[in-house]
Ligand binder design. Structure first.
Ligand code: FES
Length: 167
């Protein structure tokens, strides 16, 4: 069954008519040619397909595109451009937060969302302390990033990049 769906991706309104079984990941990659978002496992286990939907990160391989009517979706392409990197992208470069790079878009999208989550989860007067002492929240960063798998094992550099942005 084909169904129409309309959502906003990286600030741009997109209208598609898709097989109702198309995942959000395939809609982004195959139909909108936004191939920054990666397909690792296609089963919700690796995090390579992470995107932000309505301010919350999700594995786009686990969601049907037609369920996202009118949603606001941000992919890695929406965070920064090669000549104007998002601070998290720049920090990944500075700290070598990748090796082969395949998981990197998902790691960066997730890392951006995690810092928002950590900030949103505590009272504003405490947030300043967290920013001043980023090591205090490192275990929580690691825990919240645990759904993003890196087979090269760049985890410590990824956390360094996150601490850099948080601090
Ligand atoms: Fe979606 Fe692995 S491709 S979690």
């Amino acid at each position: 069954v084909r169904m129409p769906v309309s959502f906003t991706v990286n600030g741009e309104r997109r209208e598609l008519e898709l097989d109702a079984r198309t995942t959000l990941l395939d809609a982004l990659r195959e139909h909108l040619k936004l191939t920054g978002t990666k397909k690792g496992c296609d089963h919700g286990q690796c995090g390579a397909c992470t995107v932000i939907v309505g301010g919350r990160r999700m594995n786009s391989c686990l969601s049907l595109a037609v369920m996202h009517q009118n949603d606001e979706i941000t992919t890695i392409e929406g965070l920064g451009k090669p000549d104007a990197l998002h601070p998290m992208q720049a920090a990944f470069v500075r700290h070598d937060g990748y090796q082969c790079g395949y998981c990197t878009p998902g790691q960066i999208v997730s890392a951006v969302a995690v810092l928002d989550e950590i900030g949103a989860g505590i009272p504003s007067h405490v947030q300043a302390d967290v920013a001043a002492a980023p090591e205090a929240s490192e275990p929580e960063m690691r825990e919240r990033m645990s759904g993003n798998i890196c087979r090269c094992g760049a985890y410590s550099n990824i956390v360094e990049a996150m601490r850099d942005v948080a601090g």
